[in-house]
Unconditional design. Structure first.
Ligand code: ATP
Ligand code: MG
Length: 463
């Protein structure tokens, strides 16, 4: 992509309304624009990051055997009356009427609608287990929308729902979600800690929240520092292997980690003092097991092996996709701007032409651009007639992890400069070597995105 043909409305001034760094940088980097309180337009750069996160979520969810679909944002109130949540949900639910006077609402979550789909089509235990999910806009009329996309009123969320015959099966679904979520966060370049949580209006006993540590987080968190050393890495995970999945969950949930809602000072005090941590965190996801809370009142039953009608065991599982964009920035930035992790960067590398209009520089940049594209990478080529300082400042602000700088002096010696955004370190090398290096850097990320079919099950990959 050539910057001269792109739409990147960066701001020079720091917007006064933004109180935290991710909000400031998202506005300054031309990623979002507020449309009204807590509602945002996703400008091209922000939209790219949102899509990258979404793609990783789709890949990892399908690896776990979960099936993507899409439900509407507007729902009839009828189903919500059936479950008893229409009155219980409170003022966060945006309610409206159509021209016939029928009550509609903008979905804050979708347990009722998915349960209705399920009961209409699934009748037998033979069709279980089943986990359906979507990535769709939600609306919650938050009393105080703030921090940009971190606490919006309209926000983008992955919500998944498992249907199982027994509690044991449903707990396996719960564990699958935990592992799949941990993999998602790792691929996003985030360290998110599963913490025992409170279930709120979704209901149920078993629930974990995933929190990214950040000073600007809204939750107070208490944890054993041992948990921050854990990682899944590139290990192959068999989501059908209950024992292995449960073992990973045990490993991650054994060290103490809780939010203020469930914090137990006595248990906390048993952790060796040097490992006790109190800090703040951003909630980027939550998983729930709630048994038959919705299936019973809504009649979502199947026939079991003995021919009895039994309500299915369910859970629901959410990831805040749009909030993650902000959370990643909170966790990865410096005083010059964003530092994107390679897994989600909007462009893989920036190309800066130090002397636009110089035939040698222009040709070298065009060649590097073409070579990166041919390698399946997405470069952003700053081909504007601008000072070098302004080009560098833009690249630093928008946070591309790698920058290739092309100037007349280097070209005379046959070299360009490859710079790492995170460390600021630069290295001179031939243009083709710079391209090869960038390819190498992204190779593991491409591999991580290749979705292998699961044993004994086939499914289509999405995106
Ligand atoms: P919070 O406690 O932050 O209000 P929640 O617990 O009500 O969130 P869930 O119902 O668990 O939210 O929704 C799943 C995920 O959706 C959350 O983990 C969070 O990442 C995201 N999310 C929830 N509310 C918002 C919001 N107002 N803006 C952006 N993302 C949100
Ligand atoms: Mg939550």
């Amino acid at each position: 992509m050539r910057l001269s043909r792109y739409f990147l409305p960066v701001l020079k001034e720091t917007p006064a309304e933004a109180s935290i760094v991710s909000h400031r940088y998202m506005l300054r980097a031309g990623m979002i624009r507020q449309a009204s309180a807590g509602i945002y337009t996703w400008l091209p750069l922000g939209f790219r990051v949102l899509r990258k996160i979404e793609r990783i979520i789709h890949q990892e969810q399908q690896r776990a055997g979960h099936v993507p679909m899409l439900m509407p944002t507007l729902q009839s109130s009828d189903l919500w009356r059936e479950s008893g949540r229409y009155d219980a949900y409170g003022p966060e639910m945006l309610r409206m009427q159509d021209r016939q006077g029928r009550e509609l609402l903008y979905t804050p979550t979708a347990e009722e609608l998915i349960t209705d789909v399920f009961r209409a089509h699934v009748k037998s235990y033979r069709d279980l287990p089943l986990t359906l999910y979507q990535i769709q806009w939600k609306f919650r009329d938050e009393i105080r929308p703030r921090f940009g996309v971190m606490r919006g009123r309209e926000f983008y969320m992955k919500d998944g729902y498992n249907f199982d015959l027994t509690k044991e099966d449903a707990l396996h679904a719960y564990n699958r979600h935990m592992v799949s979520y941990l993999r998602i966060y790792e691929r996003l370049g985030l360290r998110a800690i599963p913490m025992r949580a409170d279930s709120g209006p979704i209901g149920g006993d078993d629930t974990h929240e995933f929190l990214v540590l950040a000073e600007t987080g809204e939750s107070e968190v208490f944890y054993d520092s041992a948990v921050t050393g854990l990682s899944l890495g590139a290990q192959r995970i068999d989501y059908d292997d209950r024992g292995a999945i449960a073992a990973i969950c045990r490993e991650w949930t054994t060290p103490y980690a809780r939010t203020d809602e469930t914090h137990d000072p006595e248990l906390f005090a048993r952790i060796p003092e040097e490992r006790r941590r109190v800090s703040r965190g951003i909630e980027v996801g939550q998983i729930f097991y709630f048994g038959t809370k919705y299936s019973e009142p809504m009649g979502a039953t199947v026939t079991d092996e003995a021919g009895n009608q039994v309500p299915v065991h369910m859970g629901s599982h959410g990831i805040g996709v749009s909030r993650l964009v902000g959370a990643i920035i909170e966790a990865s930035h410096d005083e010059r701007g964003i530092v994107w992790p390679e897994g989600v960067t909007p462009f893989h590398a920036g190309i800066v032409n130090l002397r636009q209009g110089d035939p040698a520089c222009d040709a070298a940049c065009a060649e590097i651009h073409a070579a990166l594209c041919a390698a399946g990478l997405e470069p952003l080529y700053d081909d504007r007639e601008e000072r070098a300082g302004a080009k560098f400042a833009t690249m630093d602000l928008i946070g591309l992890p790698w920058r290739i700088t092309v100037g007349p002096r280097g070209l005379k010696n046959g070299v360009v400069e490859l710079t790492c955004r995170r460390t600021g370190e630069s290295e001179e090398m031939r243009a083709e070597d710079a391209v090869a290096r960038v390819r190498e850097i992204y190779a593991p990320h491409h591999e991580a995105g290749l979705v292998e079919p699961m044993a004994g099950r086939s499914f289509h990959t999405w995106l």
